[in-house]
Design a binder for this molecule. Structure first.
Ligand code: GCU
Length: 418
């Protein structure tokens, strides 16, 4: 080998070694190995001043945090409006044994000479005095996976899958949705499959709603990707729901699990129409503090899901201490509205303590409004929910959405809506 060939070979070995070294780093699950870290003070403005009033938070600091998270984490949501049309494809006034009305609404988004279709599945209680609060939440495996109702239509995404795909059987994720209980407790539910908005894989962009926007919005390190698009979709669902005669537009609840919990938080941060924002096991890039370096790391999430966050977020891989923000600042953007964060005992990957602490460190912003967030940095025990303006629980079991979680969310909303 001549000298230059040897140098190239060595450089290649070095690169491969570095890549292997980065990929083989393991997640830490040992609390004693959490590094000492300093969180950015959520109330400290870019000019060094400390926020002391709600007005100053809203005028100065809140927009700064929103900008920072747009630039460095979730990408910038375009202000451009695209065309959205709705068509009620199906209605059953005697659904769920006569207790509810079911509607299926097709959303057609258009722009750049293309269109994307999505299906919203809605149930609202037939027995109601006035308008009702509405849970707006995405599902992972299609509307048909949420209950056994034979009339539920499949959206375009599912029609394109091979017949043996595990997401196709009806009711295949039923345990995560209890529409009967929601209706009994006086809530409406509106759910859509997140794949309809942005197919969840690295090449999903061109088939997603982002492709309907001017191409300038889909370029550069701060561009929005899947989480940005899903959050935008939550707001489009709210646009439709808030115009329905049965829906109380002051009682819109955005809820999501896991990646969709990250999304619910980002949607709730940007869109103040959501009066309650619920994060179920949202973990890294959701409610969990990144600087604790516990469970999933910024490097790992960007490596596995390069299409979720804006490209700029990847620069903090294995370098969480250099992040100019942390996730408590995302949660703070929900103030003074109601926020609920939930963890699961066996969900170390999502860093339960990090989820709790982020809600605790966001709480000073609620205090500016004279409202109580989380009062103490001591985590509550299992099944001991805290329900102030900020709520939190940790339940037994794995990363999932269970009846226990839903019942607590409804308790919290009952309280929030008086
Ligand atoms: C993966 C990912 C998490 C995410 C989860 C989910 O585990 O690493 O960040 O929350 O998927 O969405 O189910």
């Amino acid at each position: 080998m001549n000298i230059s060939a040897k140098m190239t070979f060595t450089a290649l070995l070095l690169c491969a070694g570095m890549a292997w070294g980065q990929n083989s780093k393991k997640a830490n699950y040992d609390e004693s190995k959490v590094p000492s870290y300093t969180l950015p003070d959520v109330l400290r403005c870019n000019d060094g001043r400390t926020v002391t009033t709600a007005r100053q938070w809203e005028r100065q600091r809140r927009p700064e945090v929103l900008d920072l998270l747009s630039q460095e984490e979730y990408g910038i949501t375009p202000r451009q409006k695209i065309k959205v049309s709705h068509q009620v494809l199906y209605e059953n006034k005697q659904a769920l044994g006569g207790k509810a009305t079911m509607q299926q609404v097709q959303f057609t988004f258009s722009g750049q000479g293309k269109s994307v279709r999505a299906l919203l599945l809605v149930y609202f209680p037939n027995q109601r005095k006035g308008r009702v609060p509405v849970f707006i939440h995405y599902n992972f495996r299609g509307n048909h996976s949420t209950c056994m109702d034979e009339d539920i239509l499949m959206s375009d995404w599912f029609k394109s899958l091979p017949p043996d795909n595990p997401t196709l059987p009806r009711g295949n994720q039923m345990s995560r949705y209890n529409f009967d209980r929601m209706i009994e407790r006086g809530y409406a539910t509106a759910t859509m499959c997140y794949q309809d908005i942005f197919p969840d894989h690295a090449e999903g962009g061109p088939k997603s709603v982002t492709a309907l926007f001017h191409p300038k919005h889909n370029q550069g390190p701060h561009r929005w990707q899947a989480i940005g698009a899903w959050a935008w979709g939550y707001s489009r669902i709210a646009d439709w729901v808030e115009r329905q005669p049965w829906a109380d537009r002051r009682q819109l609840i955005v809820m999501g699990h896991s990646r969709l919990g990250k999304t619910a938080l980002w949607a709730g941060a940007q869109d103040k129409r959501f009066s309650v924002v619920i994060s179920n096991n949202s973990g890294c890039g959701g409610a969990a503090l990144s600087k604790r370096e516990f469970g999933e790391r910024v490097y790992q999430i960007n490596k596995t899901f390069p299409h979720w966050f804006c490209p700029s977020f990847a620069q903090y891989g294995w370098k969480e201490q250099t992040l100019p923000f942390d996730q408590h600042e995302l949660l703070a953007l929900v103030a003074p509205r109601h926020l609920y964060v939930a963890s699961a005992e066996k969900d170390n990957w999502a860093d339960q303590r990090g989820e709790f602490l982020a809600a605790y460190h966001a709480s000073p912003v609620w205090r500016l409004y004279g409202l109580e967030g989380l009062p103490s940095s001591a985590m509550p025990g299992l099944h001991q929910p805290i329900m102030n303006h900020v709520g939190y629980h940790i339940r037994a079991g794995i990363h999932d959405v269970t009846n226990y979680d839903w019942e607590r969310y409804m308790d919290f909303c009952d309280k929030a809506f008086g």
